[in-house]
Design a protein around this ligand. Structure first.
Ligand code: SF4
Length: 432
């Protein structure tokens, strides 16, 4: 059919044609992947959603959702949504002097409390009112699951509108890390992901993002995280690898990052280097992040070096291809001097072929040396599913090949695998 023919088609016919063309292109891409795997004596498992149906867009490819489909309300304003100057203005409007803003901020960001009884430096008769105005309840704990002798805790939180999100707190020998969520649901529609199944409900607010850290710090201070304890312990590392695509909620995520690194009492006084912002590859947002002048660690969840597979595995790849995402990641390194992390979940017979390790090394090395570090992570074992971890000898081979080709590579462990499978699983189960 010619393009002039297609202009005479109805909208329904055009959609059917696009779907047909997309299917033909996908079939061709998958043939390429299969023949490369066969040349290595391996098979090629094709990514497909199991037990649920991926929403397809008008172009016949998995639908991407960058904003909510309908207008949604945000939670009430909280102290952590505001800069210190804005908090001072807010208190002034309530007829209180500016220094009260610092006192309230200290209670929240340093003592992790919103309990008026504990705010003895504030006028007794105004405490309740102030707490109500500045600290509306954002996160309500629904479930807490512990593993690794209590050194890993997964929290399920209910938000003001009933949305459920998760965070995971992990104690390592020399640090405490918190994996946080940035959106309720996610619009990136990855076929392996529990979070993506229901689409995007809404963006989390700045304060909702931050409150996950404050709540975790409170649990640590109360001795709730297993292992060796120290009275001044708190979360030192943040990874944006919970629910949602952080760069799709750019403004609120960046406000939260600014508050994390702001000195107390304006913020948490954390080191930017301990904060990892990850993305599946929203290229314009990666470029914006590089211009922020906040030296956070940047992680690209790549999971495949070839567009043939990545189009299927990470649907946003149909918008920004592997090379575009790698170029943006490299430019992030050039602008910030911060080495970039490439996340690569090793999935059995899907993306763990030797030729893929070679292609990945080639693409990374073509952009320079010393700018990147690859973190292969064996997926959690899921018996009977196509979404299961690579065999250990295949994993070793993959890592070795990257090493041999001069790419710094560290095999990561998967914390909390006894708790459940993929990210978002708890929220998908609800509060059963
Ligand atoms: S894997 Fe990440 S980006 Fe993909 S749907 Fe899940 S939460 Fe979103």
């Amino acid at each position: 059919m010619t393009s002039s023919d297609s202009t005479t088609l109805t909208a329904v016919e055009r959609k059917a044609l696009r779907t047909e063309q997309a299917a033909a292109q996908r079939a061709q891409q998958l043939r390429i992947s299969k023949s490369r795997a066969e040349a290595e004596g391996r098979s090629q498992v094709i990514p497909t959603a199991e037990g649920w149906k991926q929403e397809m867009g008008a172009d016949g490819r998995p639908e991407l959702q960058f904003s909510t489909k309908r207008r949604v309300s945000q939670p009430p304003k909280h102290l952590a949504d505001l800069t210190l100057a804005e908090r001072q203005a807010e208190l002034k409007a309530l007829g209180l002097p500016a220094f009260r803003a610092k006192q309230l901020s200290t209670h929240y960001f340093q003592h992790y409390t919103t309990d008026p009884e504990k705010m003895s430096d504030l006028p007794k008769e105004r405490r309740e009112e102030l707490v109500q105005a500045m600290f509306p309840k954002l996160l309500t704990e629904v479930k807490r699951l512990e593993t690794d002798d209590g050194k890993t805790i997964k929290f399920l939180w209910r938000l003001f509108d009933g949305s459920l999100v998760e965070s995971v707190l992990m104690r390592y020998p020399n640090r405490i890390t918190l994996c946080i969520s940035s959106q309720c649901g996610c619009g990136m529609n990855c076929p392996f992901c529990a979070t993506g199944q229901a689409g995007l409900t809404r963006n989390m607010s700045t304060a909702e993002i931050l409150d996950q850290i404050v709540q975790a710090n409170r649990v640590i201070a109360e001795g709730g995280l297993g292992g060796q304890k120290h009275p001044d312990e708190r979360v030192g590392n943040i990874v944006f690898m919970g629910m949602g695509e952080p760069l799709a909620n750019y403004k609120r995520v960046m406000n939260a990052v600014h508050r994390m690194v702001a000195e107390a009492p304006e913020g948490l006084g954390m080191s930017a280097r301990g904060i990892t912002v990850s993305t599946v590859g929203l290229v314009p947002a990666i470029r914006k992040l590089a211009d922020e002048n906040v030296p956070v660690t940047f992680a690209l969840s790549l999971h495949a070096p070839d567009d043939e597979l990545r189009d299927e595995l990470i649907p946003v790849n149909s918008r920004w291809k592997v090379d575009e995402a790698l170029d943006a990641a490299y430019d992030y390194y050039v602008k910030t001097g911060r080495r970039v992390s490439i996340e690569y979940a090793l999935i059995k017979d899907m993306n763990d072929h030797e030729w893929r390790a070679e292609m990945l090394a080639k693409k990374l090395n073509a952009r320079g040396r010393g700018w990147v570090h690859v973190n292969p992570i064996p997926l959690n074992p899921v018996p009977g599913s196509i979404w299961t971890r690579s065999e250990s000898d295949i994993t070793s081979k993959f890592v070795r090949r990257l090493d041999e080709l001069g790419v710094p590579t560290t095999l990561r462990d998967t914390r909390g695998k006894e708790i459940d499978g993929a990210c978002g699983q708890l929220a998908a189960d609800g509060d059963k």
